[in-house]
Structures are given as structure tokens and as C-alpha cells.
Ligand binder design. Structure first.
Ligand code: KIV
Length: 279
């Protein structure tokens, strides 16, 4: 079994030019698969609002739901670094409430840190959560919790002003204590420049190959979610089709009477003796 990757170990990985592989998981079984596959970080993402709950966005997800899923993930991957998304509404109202929710998530799940979305305006909050001994991953660029303000899922940092804002945010959030900075939908050259200008590792999703690590939503990369598929997703499997085909075969066998066969049923040794005596 590989050693659990701690935040300092992952800092060493960046320093040594090694890549970090991160993936989402939302339950015991998928977390176990991720651990077996050698994933460095599991993210219990609020993307569960889309791929597990079937919502159009992540906004309705609650702290209680994140904790429920994170506990299951922790049971499935006890030797993997696990980070939990702080959902919309759990840190915007006040610093105090953000710290309280971050501490609660760690206390109740036993996971290794929290991730939260936003730019330079989150620096004070990240400092406060870090001071409460909770490691924080900052999430900049396209931040799905700001979907309404951003007017949809759009690549960020395309003008000089916006690109500079992203660089300033990344530096400020690192200075505030963020252990890693995640960038979503950021052009490759800009994400690479940000990675080079930070000490801490960066994780990219739709941010090209110049970041320290990569993250994908596991339902997307395994072909399990077909509502929409962003350009940056590479499908490594068509698991959704494999499972649907298996279910269709099951339906056919149940209706045709082929399932269950003897191999999947329990015999009764003395049936000839027992059954006639039953009424
Ligand atoms: O919620 C999530 O899965 C995420 C990733 C898309 C980075 O934040």
C-alpha cells in the first residue's frame, strides 16, 4: 500500500517536479477504487449536486450532505488524502461561520482539508481557517458556485485585466495559507505562469498541462454522466454504457426466467422430506 500523501509530501512532489493526480469521489466504493488506483488526493466535490443528486448546479448542496458523503469516502479510502468542498452558503456570510463550518467538516469526517471557491476576497477567510488548523485548497478561475454572476461556464483570465486578477488572487491566497491552488477553466499559458509564480502546488481542471496536478470528476472521466461533458474532460472509460448493458441483460434474464439459476440460489438438502410436511 502506498504511503498517504500529506500536504508537506505533496509540496515536495512539486519541488521535485512530480505530478499530483486528484479525482472526485462521493461514496465508499468509488473511494476504494480511487485508493487502489493510486490517486494522491480524493476530492469530495460539491459536484455531487450534479452527478449524484441530478441538480443543474451545485448551489443547493448543504454542509450536512458534504459530511455524509465525506464520511463514506473516508471509510473507502482510509490511506488517501481527502479534501472536502465547502458548499455554497457555508462560508460567505461571515468569517466566523466559515471557520465553524470548516472545523465541523474536519471534526465529523476525519478528512484532511477543505476546498473553497473565490478570488482575492477569500484571503482573510483562508487565513482564519488555516489559523484554526484546517488546511485549505483555494479554487480560482471558473468557480461553479458563482455561476449566476459569471453568466455560465466560461474560460476565465482571457483579458490582461482578468489574467492579472487571477495571478493576484493566487498569490494572495497562497500568502494567506492555502496549501494548494486549484484552477478551473484557465488558459494553459496563464495556468502555467501562475504555477511557476507560486511555491505551493497547483491543480488544474481545464487548465492545461503546466499545473502541478490534475483533477477530474470521476463520473465524467469514467463516462457515467451524460447530461453535459466539458471540453476538458477526457473519458477513460464508458462505464455508464457497460453498466446500462449489464442492467439490460439482467432485466432480460429476470423476465426470461434464466436468473437466478442454481449457482445463485440456495438448495434445501432434505427438501423431499421437509416440503411435504409443510402446510
Ligand atoms: O466539485 C468539484 O468536483 C470540483 C471540481 C470540479 C474541481 O470542485
Amino acid at each position: 500500500m502506498a504511503d498517504k500523501k500529506t500536504w508537506p509530501k505533496m509540496q515536495e512532489m512539486k519541488d521535485n517536479g512530480e505530478k499530483i493526480a486528484m479525482i472526485t469521489a462521493y461514496d465508499y466504493s468509488s473511494a476504494g477504487m480511487a485508493e487502489k488506483a493510486g490517486i494522491d488526493i480524493i476530492l469530495v466535490g460539491d459536484s455531487l449536486g450534479n452527478v449524484v443528486q441530478g441538480g443543474d448546479n451545485t448551489l443547493p448542496v448543504t454542509v450536512d450532505e458534504m459530511i455524509y458523503h465525506a464520511k463514506a469516502v473516508k471509510r473507502g479510502a482510509p490511506n488517501t488524502c481527502i479534501i472536502v468542498d465547502m458548499p455554497f452558503g457555508s462560508y460567505e456570510i461571515s468569517i466566523e461561520e466559515g471557520v465553524r463550518n470548516a472545523v465541523r467538516i474536519i471534526k465529523e469526517t476525519g478528512c484532511d482539508g477543505v476546498k473553497l471557491e473565490g478570488g482575492i476576497e477569500r484571503a482573510e477567510l483562508i487565513r482564519a481557517i488555516t489559523n484554526a488548523s484546517v488546511p485549505v485548497m483555494a479554487h480560482i478561475g471558473m468557480t461553479p458556485q458563482k455561476i449566476a454572476q459569471m453568466g455560465g461556464f466560461k474560460v476565465q483570465g482571457k483579458s490582461i485585466e482578468d489574467a492579472q486578477k487571477l495571478i493576484d488572487a493566487a498569490k494572495a491566497l497562497e500568502a494567506a495559507g492555502a496549501v494548494q491552488v486549484l484552477m478551473e477553466c484557465v488558459p494553459t499559458p496563464l495556468a502555467t505562469k501562475i504555477t511557476e509564480s507560486l511555491e505551493v502546488p497547483t491543480i488544474g481542471i481545464g487548465a492545461g498541462n503546466g499545473t502541478t496536478g490534475q483533477v477530474l470528476v470521476w463520473y465524467d472521466m469514467a463516462g457515467m454522466y451524460d447530461k453535459f461533458c466539458p471540453k476538458f474532460v477526457k473519458k477513460y472509460a464508458e462505464a455508464g454504457k457497460i453498466i446500462t448493458d449489464a442492467m439490460a441483460e439482467y432485466v432480460a434474464e429476470v423476465k426470461g426466467g434464466q436468473f437466478p439459476d442454481e449457482a445463485h440460489s440456495f438448495a434445501l438438502k432434505n427438501a423431499d422430506e421437509i416440503l411435504p410436511r409443510l402446510y
